[in-house]
Write a protein that binds this ligand. Structure first.
Ligand code: FAD
Length: 305
């Protein structure tokens, strides 16, 4: 009653209608492939000859499609499509006080450059996170935002941060075969916090990133001294990465030209790509990191002066 099943000689296709049934299926079929918008899996199956004997289509489960606002941020179901997400965030940006929605603005802006309308109408936020592409457009933003993920299995629910320990390697994340990403929490910003996202692709529309970034900074209550900062980059390594050394160095610094120059040096030291790095365009990609940082610096400078 709570699951539709299609079977052929080669493939079993389950369409559970409840979370309990989904989690039971995930435990029972360790090699099952969960399907949401099918924009990644469809390509693997059609163009890369990937064969999956068991599919679980979980897109219709009610609990995975929620969109909620709390006092401190927004909760987004993992099966929410990018078009629905954009619509929801735009509404929040209109309704909430301006200073709270800087992360939501950066995500909405990024979604404008994410694939095309057809893909955004079916692709889900959960599918993008779990795919863990090093050039995911959302993961650097979620990492810089310190978003958290609820992950469920038959054993219960755990909550993890989107950070460097969640992305374990090339397209590998901290997610067991029996686990399902259920929802994403994105915090509101405070008055002394600033957030921007950046993307450079080969062409403006409907293209994947060469390099992208999400950047967050928090200042002390009444000054321009960095209290907390997160600089996350995509397209510079096998996973989305945080520029840890630059972040550490920035804490306690005044937001001025001297700090900007120093940070560019540390960014170069920790992220510069050596000749022959996978993906090519090493110098160009390295220069994009610096360019994004300068843009971030100037935008924040405008905000605080
Ligand atoms: P699916 O293909 O359904 O699933 C992807 C993977 O995630 C599968 O392994 C699946 O098992 C797993 N999964 C999905 N949901 C869950 C869950 N809740 N719990 C556990 N596992 C789960 N990406 C960008 O970042 N930027 C772009 O500009 C961009 N452009 C694209 C353009 C085209 C033409 C195409 C085909 C793809 C593009 N992508 C882009 C990549 C892709 O669209 C995104 O990664 C998308 O968000 C994937 O979501 P989906 O729902 O289609 O995932």
């Amino acid at each position: 009653k709570d699951c539709v099943v299609f079977r052929s000689d080669r493939v079993k296709w389950f369409q559970p209608l409840t979370m309990d049934r989904l989690l039971y299926l995930k435990r029972t079929y360790p090699k099952a492939k969960m399907i949401m918008g099918n924009t990644e899996i469809g390509i693997e199956v059609k163009f890369k000859d990937q064969y999956y004997p068991v599919f679980i289509n979980a897109k219709h489960i009610h609990q995975l499609n929620g969109l909620e606002v709390s006092d401190t941020g927004v909760h987004i179901g993992a099966a929410v499509t990018l078009s629905r997400l954009s619509f929801f965030l735009t509404k929040q940006i209109k309704e909430q006080e301006g200073y709270k929605t800087k992360i939501l603005k950066a995500i909405t802006e990024m979604l404008g450059w994410f694939a095309g309308i057809q893909i955004r109408n079916v692709a889900t936020i959960g599918g993008n996170i779990v795919t863990a592409s090093p050039i995911s457009d959302l993961n650097p933003l979620l990492m810089a935002a310190q978003a958290t993920l609820d992950i469920a299995s038959v054993d219960g629910i755990r909550t993890v941060k989107v950070d460097d320990s969640f992305f374990k390697g090339y397209r590998q994340i901290d997610l067991d075969f029996k686990e399902v990403l259920t929802s994403i929490y994105i915090p509101f910003t405070q008055k002394n916090e600033h957030f921007y996202g950046f993307k450079q692709a080969q062409r403006k529309e409907d293209d994947i990133s060469i390099v992208n970034a999400g950047m967050f900074v928090k200042f002390g209550e009444e000054n321009n001294i960095v209290d907390d900062v997160r600089l996350a980059f995509g397209g510079m390594a096998a996973t989305t990465v945080l520029a840890m050394n630059t972040m550490k160095d920035l804490i306690g610094s005044i937001w001025d030209q001297y700090t900007m120059d120093r940070s560019m040096k540390t960014l170069l030291e920790e992220l510069a790509l050596p000749p022959g790095a996978p993906g090519g365009m090493e110098q160009y990609r390295t220069s994009l990191v610096l360019g994004f940082f300068v843009k971030f610096f100037m935008k924040v400078n405008n905000d605080i002066n």
